[in-house]
Design a protein around this ligand. Structure first.
Ligand code: ADP
Ligand code: LRH
Length: 475
């Protein structure tokens, strides 16, 4: 049996959890949970990285002695260190506008087809490659090392430098077939290759904690699937390979797990990503804007009664208004209710008349985006599925789970909620000697220790067909 600590930093909250992992045991206890989100300073969006580091240290100290510590976080963002190992500037938030228009500048140096052929990555304006292209040359010249967020926090804990592979795969500077940094792309976009540290695998030892952390001397820090979505996919409680998943939180990551990347023109045109998973798997998925839109509505309304809003949404008329949740205007923080109204007017619809109607509009629109994404993923990857697993915080949203089952015409199995933390502790426990030979064994343990909620598809499929052609049909 192993007792390990997972630091799991989502875009909307961070937490430290202690996991006890044994042959038929998998228990998580939350030690602390802390706010995370964008902080605006001088017109730039940053993460509050020292708040995150301090909060995670508080949690780790409160957790007491553990056999290991693993860190996972959202992808794409990074810190730059100078030659002495000092952080050169505060890590910026991927939703900052400095990357506006930068993708086109990079695509003048490397074609979309070449970029996709090497990285297999979805084009998102905030991919690390575009963020680096937006950095001032001066800063890049001063930098010696680029560390992704979990690698940066691991460096502060242990003094050891490295780049965990699943998160490196989200930078768009990683060659998905060669399983190495792409020297060609780094040279083409002017990123000094020396900035990119040696890759490490999930399960590798990062190092042991430094005395200044105040943590028990000698505690190992273990690399996990440090991209939170990689960790959450480890904990999908699937029984065989005919499954799809939605890792549902701030983002909805919708897709399949494959053995090999799919780098076809069809996959590129449909903008699917081939992110690196634990044990060499590929996460073939698309980012759908997710519950971010609802989070921002709640922030603007100053309404934290999610249960009440979802009750009102359940009672609101179906298919009254629909939006494309992936429209660019929903990416940056701001007045989301006003942007929804504007989007409705621009598409010839009456804006929602109440908060409940607005929430229903967001959830139905997400369900439609899931439906389209899953259909395309199955066709492009030639992998039919029988069941859709919804994991993460959004798996608690009963209305969204039911709408998802209805829209996709698939049974939905909802849970576990803390999938990233579970994937984190499972990979650590295995690295520390627990007999969990493969993903199948880890998933069987999640299945036997967690209660899932099942949603059968209901309603009329024709209603969803009509809604889909209303929303996406004209494109
Ligand atoms: P992230 O890791 O991106 O920060 P989480 O996986 O923690 O996201 O999920 C956060 C989301 O989960 C919230 O935006 C909220 O919509 C949803 N959520 C959290 N608790 C509940 C609940 N009790 N009922 C329904 N939805 C919930
Ligand atoms: C989810 C996530 C997602 C990335 C985004 C930046 O937390 O890691 O997989 O695309 O954040």
């Amino acid at each position: 049996m192993k007792r390990v600590a997972a630091v799991d930093l989502g875009a909307s909250s961070g937490r430290v959890m202690v996991g006890v992992v044994g042959s038929s045991q998998l228990e998580l206890t939350e030690i602390n949970r802390f706010w995370n989100g964008p902080v605006t300073v001088g017109g730039t969006l940053y993460w509050d990285i020292l708040h995150l580091y301090r909060s995670m240290l508080d949690g780790l100290r409160a957790a007491g002695p553990v056999d290991g510590i693993g860190i996972d976080s959202w992808a794409v963002d990074y810190g730059l260190l100078d030659a002495s190992g000092r952080l050169l500037s505060n890590p910026m938030h991927y939703r900052d506008s400095r990357t506006d228009g930068v993708m086109d500048q990079v695509l003048a140096k490397v074609s979309t087809a070449e970029l996709y052929g090497i990285t297999g990555l979805q084009q998102l304006p905030f991919n690390t490659i575009y963020q680096l292209a937006a950095e001032s040359g001066g800063l890049l010249r001063q930098a010696s090392t680029l560390l992704m967020i979990p690698d940066l926090l691991g460096y502060w804990l242990t003094g050891q430098i490295g780049a965990e592979r699943t998160n490196a795969s989200t930078t768009q500077l990683y060659d998905v077939r060669a399983r190495a940094w792409s020297e060609l792309l780094a040279a083409r976009v002017g990123v000094p290759l020396g900035l990119l540290p040696k890759l490490r695998e999930p399960g590798d030892l990062v190092g042991t904690v430094l005395p200044e952390t105040g943590l028990a001397d000698g505690t190992p820090v273990v690399a996990v699937g440090s991209h939170d979505t990689a960790s959450s996919v480890v904990a999908v409680p699937a029984g065989d390979e005919r499954f799809a998943y939605i890792s549902s939180g701030t983002w909805s990551l919708v897709g399949l797990e494959l053995e090999q990347p799919v780098l076809t023109d069809e996959a590129r045109e449909a903008n699917f990503t081939n992110e690196g998973g634990v044990d060499g798997r590929i996460r073939f998925l698309r980012n759908v804007m997710g519950l971010w839109i609802l989070q921002e509505c709640q922030r603007v309304w100053e309404d934290d009664d999610l249960e009440g809003l979802l009750r009102d949404a359940a009672g609101a008329p179906a298919f009254a208004v629909l939006i494309d949740p992936d429209a660019p205007e929903f990416l940056a923080p701001g007045n989301m209710p006003a942007r929804i109204d504007e989007h409705c007017r621009a598409t010839g619809q009456e804006p929602p008349r109440s908060r409940g109607a607005a929430v229903r509009c967001v959830l139905e629109s997400l369900a439609l985006a899931y439906r389209r994404t899953l259909r395309e993923a199955q066709t492009i990857a030639d992998r039919p599925v029988d069941v859709l697993h919804v994991i993460g915080g959004g798996s608690q949203n009963e209305l969204l789970c039911q709408l998802t089952a209805d829209a996709c015409g698939l049974p939905v199995l909802a849970g576990p909620v803390e999938a990233s933390a579970l994937g984190n502790v499972l990979v650590q426990a295995r690295a520390l000697g627990e007999p969990l030979p493969d993903l199948g064994a880890m998933r069987a343990l999640v299945r036997s220790t967690h209660r899932l909620r099942r949603y059968e598809p209901q309603g009329k499929p024709a209603d969803w067909d009509a809604a889909e052609s209303r929303l996406f049909g004209a494109r």
